[in-house]
Design a binder for this molecule. Structure first.
Ligand SMILES: [Mn+2]
Length: 466
């Protein structure tokens, strides 16, 4: 049995069902998954309803209905199959569509998961899309949604573009359908549809360009020196997507020169980007990255259905609500970032850390950690702890690092899951970004333990280095 057989089996199981409940995750990948599969199912005239959960755990299991419907778990479930057994779910009523590490249990739940086949650069939305396409080859309009989910789950981060089957099948389907446009060797930069040029450059730190990254005024002067128009006659700021190809080239080669002058590599200056020509210019819907942020904002404000409505084409109330959440989302992240910088982190040999208490929603702490890292010593992973509003005995831990540090042997997902194993706390995520829940009383010991594990990872990858 190969991955493609599993996709077949999943499509079969869905087609045979009379009624389906989708249980999906509240992030951009999970929201995209739900929109892809639920539309594909409705198009077959099968009844479907959806439930979103922040994560699948004993507390959220009661949200899974105990009825006769087929329960399709998306972007979660692979690692929580013990919960299915505990809740007496049978093999017949469960289907898992996921890309996370799977857990061995007695029951053989049907699962379609790219990870065991060595496909580690595909998110759950990618798997969901392949199933939807197998259900009906006319579903290629949904490739766009799968691209948003993959980009939202940072599948394009490491290689500066989507790779493998996601690139060769899903992106190509999107291009052929006409609602996806690929820009090869675009600037590796966020906010190309909505941020003024200089802010887009200043907020970018991968690669970090001295005098420009984290320096809006420096970026503005840089553009001025290059003779790039920055504002319209009426004073509106231009964004990256609307300037000419020639202007883009001028900016990119000047940035490359700066990097070379500082003895830095230029390989991460370029990235393949995914644009959506069917969306309004200068809105967050115009490219996969900003679209994913909009969906994440919906999820983090506990309104994943609003994100789902936008993916289904709602540009009225849902879109206005989402824009509002996006603005709030950004304001509170800026505030958190400032709090981390003002308070300062404590440094250990292999990491830097801070506890932000109950000041910020636990759902945004990881994002704040990532942003703070670029303004701190980015050679050391950052670890931020915060309180969990639903459970005063628990602490949420979020860690972030950079591609360069991952290249040196660091795996944050492994570090957190090893360090929290003994508390039964789950660690999830990726090499570059991971999170875990631990008992509040174990906080200090935990930080020390993670520090030690990171040291071991550094040593193992490069013993001579230290
Ligand atoms: Mn995912």
């Amino acid at each position: 049995m190969g991955f493609s057989d599993d996709v077949d089996a999943a499509a079969e199981q869905i087609r045979a069902a009379e009624e389906i409940t989708i249980i999906s995750h509240i992030d951009a990948d999970g929201i995209s998954c739900e929109a892809i599969l639920s539309q594909a199912i409705s198009r077959q005239e099968i009844k479907v309803k959806s439930v979103f959960v922040r994560q699948l755990e004993p507390l959220t299991m009661p949200q899974v209905p105990s009825d006769s419907s087929l329960k399709v778990f998306m972007d979660l479930g692979a690692g929580q199959q013990n919960l299915f057994e505990e809740h007496c779910l049978t093999e017949r009523e469960v289907l898992i569509i996921d890309h996370h590490v799977s857990q061995q249990v007695k029951r053989q739940y049907t699962q379609v998961n790219c990870l065991p086949y060595g496909i580690d650069r595909m998110s759950a939305a990618g798997v969901a899309y392949l199933v939807a396409k197998r259900m009906d080859s006319a579903n290629t309009d949904l490739a766009k949604l799968a691209i948003i989910g993959n980009v939202g789950d940072m599948m394009a981060r490491e290689k500066c573009g989507l790779v493998g089957m996601v690139r060769t099948t899903i992106v190509e389907d999107g291009i052929a359908h006409g609602n996806v446009e690929v820009r090869k060797r675009d600037l590796n930069c966020y906010g190309t549809a909505t941020r003024p040029l200089h802010l887009s450059l200043a907020y970018n730190d991968d690669p970090f360009v001295k005098g420009i990254s984290n320096n809006p005024e420096g970026a503005r002067q840089f553009l001025k020196r290059l003779g790039i128009r920055q504002q319209t006659e009426k004073g509106r700021w231009y964004v990256w997507e609307e300037i000419s190809l020639e202007e883009k080239r001028t900016i990119i080669s000047a940035l490359a020169e700066q990097l070379i002058a500082n003895g830095e590599k230029t390989d991460r200056l370029f990235a393949e980007s995914y644009a959506f020509p069917d969306e309004q210019p200068r809105t967050p819907l115009r490219n996969a990255q900003e679209y994913a942020t909009l969906l994440n904002a919906c999820g983090r404000w506990s309104k994943p259905q609003v994100g789902g409505a936008i993916l289904r084409g709602d540009r009225g109330t849902a879109y206005r609500d989402a824009e509002h959440m996006l603005n709030n989302h950004r304001a509170i992240i800026r505030n958190l970032l400032q709090f981390i910088l003002d308070t300062g982190v404590k440094e250990l040999e292999n990491l830097q850390w801070l506890h932000v208490g109950g000041r910020y929603p636990d759902t945004i702490v990881g994002i704040g950690a990532g942003m703070a890292l670029s303004k701190l010593n980015n050679k050391k992973p950052i670890l931020i702890m915060c309180e969990v509003p639903e459970d005063t005995g628990l602490t949420k831990v979020s860690m972030r690092t950079t591609e360069r540090v991952v290249e040196r042997g660091i795996d944050l997902q492994q570090a957190l899951s090893d360090a929290s194993a003994e508390y039964g706390g789950g660690g999830g995520g990726h090499k570059i970004a991971a999170g875990a829940y631990i008992p509040k009383i174990a906080e200090e010991e935990f930080v020390i333990r993670v520090n030690r594990i990171l040291g071991e990872q550094f040593d193992k990858a490069c013993p001579a280095h230290r």
